[in-house]
Write a protein that binds this ligand. Structure first.
Ligand SMILES: [Cu+2]
Length: 222
């Protein structure tokens, strides 16, 4: 009897009519500890289920699958630089563990994990290098001098107390970043009260930790 029930359950799971649809939002929240994130950033689904990634608001995001089960033979990625309301859906049929990130916010830790059926064991997944593809799309990377990335932009707001600044920056090739509105932490060596909304600025970004970048130098003028 027990065996019969199990068989029936397996058959139901394999029937497309029972396939489910899930949504993962791509979120920017300047008040959150981590400002750019997927919600949820971990999800378990069954083979045949579909996940739709939705850009939830006015920030540019996308989704790129960077580590997938070995049997997956295609690049799973949304168009780059999705705008508000843009959607990307994919139906997952190969069981295993999938890791994804937002290309624009990769260095800020915007990443997530999807388990289809059951998690992959060691050696059952492979890396997918979408960077080669996106470099082609974006016209090549400029090398970062001394590990610093140079940007120019316009200040939207300054929070001197928190040592943070919100900047709409031009594309930063060395990070593969499109034009974006972003909040940055500013090093204490920068005289933040000397800046205000509307200032055009040039700045240097230094990688900090695994997924953060801080402004170590900022001057007026582009
Ligand atoms: Cu993003």
């Amino acid at each position: 009897m027990k065996k019969l029930l199990l068989t029936t359950a397996l058959m139901l799971a394999a029937t497309p009519a029972f396939a489910k649809e899930y949504t993962i939002k791509e979120v920017t929240d300047y008040d959150a500890k981590k400002q750019h994130f997927f919600s949820p950033d971990k999800l378990t689904i069954q083979p045949g289920d579909t996940v739709t990634f939705v850009n939830a608001q006015d920030e540019i995001h996308d989704v790129m699958f960077v580590n997938v089960p070995k049997q997956v033979d295609e690049m799973i990625m949304s168009p780059t630089q999705e705008k508000k309301g843009d959607k990307f859906s994919y139906t997952f049929t190969v069981p295993g563990t999938y890791k994804f990130h937002c290309h624009a916010h990769e260095k800020l830790g915007m990443e997530g994990m999807l388990i289809v059926g059951q998690a992959s064991k060691a050696g059952e997944t492979k890396a997918m290098d979408h960077h080669k593809l996106s470099k082609k799309l974006e016209g090549g990377d400029a090398p970062a001098a001394g590990g610093l990335h140079q940007g120019v932009g316009t200040i939207n707001s300054v929070d001197a107390g928190k040592h943070m600044v919100n900047i709409t920056h031009d594309p930063i090739k060395s990070l593969n970043w499109p034009k974006m509105k972003m909040m940055f932490t500013v090093d204490s060596s920068v005289d933040l009260p000397g800046f205000q909304q509307g200032d055009a600025v040039s700045f240097s970004l230094k990688p900090q930790g695994k997924d953060d970048l801080i402004i170590t130098d900022m001057k007026k003028g582009k």
